[in-house]
Write a protein that binds this ligand. Structure first.
Ligand code: 13P
Ligand code: SF4
Length: 300
């Protein structure tokens, strides 16, 4: 039996569905039932009927799936696949900022832990942050943990005071404006598509800023060449969807955590029902509130 047949058999035996993020290996994206950005994965997870949900992504994604599906078995392909940004904010810091400001909402990027979500008012992803924050009644917004996405929001929403936290995605944050400028010089006709987890100096050079899904949709525009300023895993979907177009990527733009996942680990996880993700019931009861609020406000 080859890997594909084995996987299919295991999926049937365990009534499993596989969700994958665009940053994981292309081989895994090909066998997944649903591939998407963080918002799409959360939206999809809420509607699934299967008994077992396998997350091919990082820990906070599986944790969010479990919070939205407390009665289902949620497996993560590699339990060591984490997102370092998740630990760049503390509950104490949230409580300190809350106590020092009136008329405040605490908004957390979905790249945060269940414990942090439990102390926030609403969750967002890079695909819906502007829309959701604009719809909030509060004037002051403490945005955690990503200072880069927070700065992007501050520049693009009207009439809000965005309070930033000093966290970031180390993978996106390390890209410099010089690297993007060099690529632009080499490929003057290419459109620059960037993820808002990048630094402001990089965002300023972009023709389009959006989530991974937003970038994939934007590549459907009239242009034929694109400079892609996000994690290289997105290349599988871009070349599958637009084989006639040319994409330029940034060297070493790799999330090591996403790359921990392999086809062999995916099969092993399902075969032995390993890496089950659990969330403390009290925390989950609170953390589901901002997640569901995001699903409601983000879908409007
Ligand atoms: P999106 O897929 O929502 O754009 O998020 C990118 C990311 O960094 C996931 O960890
Ligand atoms: Fe976290 Fe950045 Fe990796 Fe996304 S790309 S999982 S934000 S470290």
């Amino acid at each position: 039996m080859n890997n594909l047949e084995k996987l299919q058999k295991l999926k049937e035996e365990t009534d499993a569905v596989i969700l994958a993020h665009y940053y994981v290996d292309g081989e895994i994206q090909k066998v997944a039932d649903f591939v998407g950005d963080s918002f799409f994965l959360a939206q999809t997870a809420e509607k699934l009927e299967n008994k077992t949900i396998v997350m091919a992504g990082v820990y906070f994604m599986a944790e969010s799936v479990k919070i939205l599906n407390p009665d289902k078995k949620v497996l993560l392909v590699d339990k060591c696949a984490s997102c370092p940004m998740v630990d760049m904010i503390t509950v104490d810091e949230i409580e300190r900022v809350r106590s020092e400001n009136e008329d405040i909402a605490v908004v957390c990027y979905i790249n945060s832990s269940a414990k942090i979500k439990a102390h926030c008012d609403v969750c967002v992803t890079s695909s819906n942050a502007l829309k959701i924050i604009e719809s909030l009644p509060e004037k002051n917004i403490f945005f955690v943990p990503d200072r880069n996405l927070g700065s992007y929001i501050a520049k693009n929403v009207q009439d809000k005071n965005i309070i930033l936290n000093d966290g970031c995605c180390p993978v996106h944050d390390k890209v410099s404006a010089d690297v993007v400028k060099k690529l632009k010089k080499e490929h003057p006709n290419a459109k620059v598509l960037a993820h808002p987890e990048c630094k402001s100096e990089v965002i300023e050079l972009a023709d389009f800023v959006g989530s991974t899904k937003g970038i994939i949709l934007e590549a459907d525009s009239d242009s034929h060449e694109f400079i892609i300023v996000t994690e290289k895993g997105i290349s599988s979907k871009l070349s599958e969807l637009y084989p006639e177009k040319t994409f330029y990527y940034i060297d070493d733009f790799i999330c090591d955590d996403m790359k921990l996942l392999t086809m062999e680990k995916l099969i092993h996880t399902l075969e032995f029902s390993e890496n089950e993700v659990e969330v403390d019931k009290e925390i989950a009861k609170k953390a589901i509130v901002p997640l569901e609020r995001m699903l409601k406000l983000g879908a409007k």
